[in-house]
Design a binder for this molecule. Structure first.
Ligand code: DGT
Ligand code: CA
Ligand code: CA
Length: 573
């Protein structure tokens, strides 16, 4: 499916909305709205016009500038101008614009009279009955707003990928057990290992479509069936997570898996490459000019039609993967089995749930060759942070345990607090006795970009500092990333022989994918660590690997793929 006219019109209307919020030039705003109206009224597809090389400028209200934007949307699936505008307007306001019936004008009234800054403010004001008396509003519109707000919250909720992993795997196993089912696979953002997913997309090949759909509706975790057909069904799980299942014929499987894996921008770019070769690529297959199916059974077949090798799902974000593939320069992405150990964990000595020995044996069972024990420092009182004496005593306990352990070595470490001025919450002479010093920000998240960046770089100035843990301190959906100049921090880390952590806790995944790529481009190695607070969490490395792969990291880009001796040498400063 190409970009539709309605989608293009929606983008233009959205730009107009954003410009209006910024109280931009009314003529520009009107130009976007007029163009959107023109496009909605067209009887032919703009995407086809672009693909056929037809001039768009002849359309009423579409000048050179808008024609170029339409071409950009059709060929890339998105528009840079829109991303810029969305970046310039506070995200809370952008979110408010998604409330049906709340255009820029009414939003302005709400902001001027009630200082509404986001969905939460609006919901509170409407609950308190403050909206009904505003000009242009009434009791009825206040009630409608409340209903739309709760619907919006439900619709736009995203899930940590990790929190839906178990049910996703159970569902796949359940469907694979159905008679006549040949294949079941997950697609969508889940397969691309995005840190959050909006819904689950499942694909099946089956000889009898009806039996799979019945089994899907009967899956234990299903709360309600939204729709049920012979090729597509949708359900909502008890958790509120929506799941789409599509049943496709075997010869289309590869094309469908490719299509429903996305991303949309990647799909559109691949389809455009097809058009250039006289091919039509969609979820049913690849078709030549005469309409004959020339590929579709496997993903590799689809890519081969546009002269590309198969591309890992984590790379399919339209971030240069097609160009890299065309040049034979795709990265060989790091895998879980490449990791030799974990450099960040806690035991009951600070705020972990399992003791030293349990953690060590669990790490060994996972095949780790080393595990750094990095308790909190004293400043973090809530986490039973260690003072120098307790830390030194803990180190002795680690030494004793190391004498008993075979096949794995515990490294003596600390997760030391970076204080507000960039100094470390542990005396240098204690840090000097450790194998690895992990530093982290746990408070004063709101410092200015300049101050926060200086704080972190100053911490790395300490010659004992090795690894910056969860660098931006974000918690997905709960706490924003600290305002940091990540490029400056990475350059500073390189100069000083420090490293940055990709924390594998599902709600952190910090560094994010783009940061990983930024590090790789500089030649700065990333450490993938679990920050495990229990033996079970040592398995979280897999979440970190997903993020690292989205950031194009290869084995050689990740520090803890090194065996112990090389690792220790690489950390020397
Ligand atoms: P999500 O669910 O928001 O985390 O993100 P996705 O990527 O799973 O998106 P979703 O569930 O809306 O659709 C699954 C895939 O289907 C998406 O990654 C690409 C494909 N797809 C959906 N809509 C379109 C479309 O309009 N055009 C193209 N080319 N592909 C689409
Ligand atoms: Ca999805
Ligand atoms: Ca979906």
């Amino acid at each position: 499916m190409s970009v539709t006219n309605a989608e293009i019109a929606a983008i233009f209307n959205r730009i107009a909305d954003l410009l209006e919020i910024q109280e931009e030039n009314p003529f520009r705003i009107r130009a976007y709205r007029n163009a959107a109206r023109t496009i909605q009224g067209l009887s032919h597809s703009l995407a086809e016009m672009v693909q056929a090389g037809e001039a768009l400028e002849a359309l009423p209200g579409i000048g050179k500038d808008l024609a170029a934007k339409i071409r950009e949307i059709v060929t890339t699936g998105s528009l840079r101008k829109l991303r810029e505008l969305e970046g310039a307007v506070p995200p809370e306001l952008v979110e408010l614009l998604q409330v049906p019936g709340l255009g820029p004008k009414r939003l302005k009234t709400l902001r001027d009279h009630l200082d509404i800054q986001g969905v939460a403010d609006l919901e509170q004001a409407a609950r308190e009955g403050l909206v009904r008396n505003l000009p242009g509003f009434g009791l009825k519109s206040e009630q409608n707003l409340l209903r739309e707000l709760s619907e919006l919250k439900r619709r736009t909720r995203r899930w940590l990928r990790a929190e839906v992993e178990e049910v996703a795997e159970q569902l796949v196993a359940h469907l694979r057990g159905v008679k006549g089912v040949k294949r079941v696979e997950l697609a969508g953002s889940y397969r691309r290992h995005k840190e959050t997913v909006g819904d689950l997309d499942v694909l099946a090949v089956a000889s009898r479509g009806g039996a799979v759909m019945d089994a899907f509706a009967a899956f234990e975790a299903v709360e309600r069936v939204v729709s049920k057909g012979s090729t597509r069904s949708q359900v909502v799980l008890r958790s509120g997570l929506q799941v789409d299942l599509r049943v496709v014929p075997q010869p289309s499987f590869g094309a469908a898996w490719h299509y429903f894996t996305g991303s949309k921008a990647h799909n559109i770019a691949v389809r455009t490459m097809g058009v250039q070769r006289g091919l039509k690529i969609n979820e049913y297959g690849v078709f030549d000019r005469s309409g004959k199916r020339v590929a579709g059974r496997t993903e590799a077949e689809v890519y081969a039609q546009v002269d590309l090798p198969w591309i890992e799902p984590e790379l399919r974000e339209r971030r240069g993967e097609l160009e890299a593939a065309a040049k034979g320069r795709l990265p060989r992405l790091v895998e879980l089995k490449d990791l030799k150990g974990d450099l960040h964990c806690h035991t009951t000595e600070s705020d972990g749930q399992d003791g030293l020995e349990t953690m060590a044996r669990a790490a060994k069972a996972l095949g780790h060759r080393y595990l750094a024990v990095t308790e909190h420092s004293r400043h973090l009182g809530v986490a039973r942070g260690l003072d120098p004496d307790r830390l030194l005593a803990h180190c002795e306990a680690i030494d004793r345990l190391n004498e008993e352990l075979k096949g794995i070595r515990l490294l003596k470490g600390v997760e030391v607090d970076i204080l507000e001025d960039g100094s470390l919450d542990m005396p240098d002479e204690v840090l000097a006795r450790l194998d690895v010093v992990v530093g982290a920000i746990h408070f004063a998240f709101g410092l200015s970009r300049k101050k926060q960046t200086e704080r972190v770089i100053r911490a790395m100035d300490n010659p004992h500092f090795n690894i910056l843990a969860h660098p931006t301190a974000r918690l997905i959906g709960r706490r924003r990333a600290c305002n940091l100049d990540m490029e400056a921090i990475m350059d500073a880390a390189l100069e000083r022989g420090c490293h940055l952590e990709l924390n594998a806790q599902p709600q952190r995944l910090d560094l994010n994918d783009l940061h990983c790529r930024m590090a790789k481009e500089r030649g700065l190695k990333v450490v993938i660590s679990t920050d495990a607070h229990s033996a079970g969490q040592l398995g979280y490395l897999r979440h970190g690997i997903g993020q690292a792969r989205r950031g194009w990291l290869e084995k050689s880009d990740v520090l803890n793929t090194l065996p112990i001796a090389k690792l220790l040498r690489a950390m020397e400063r």
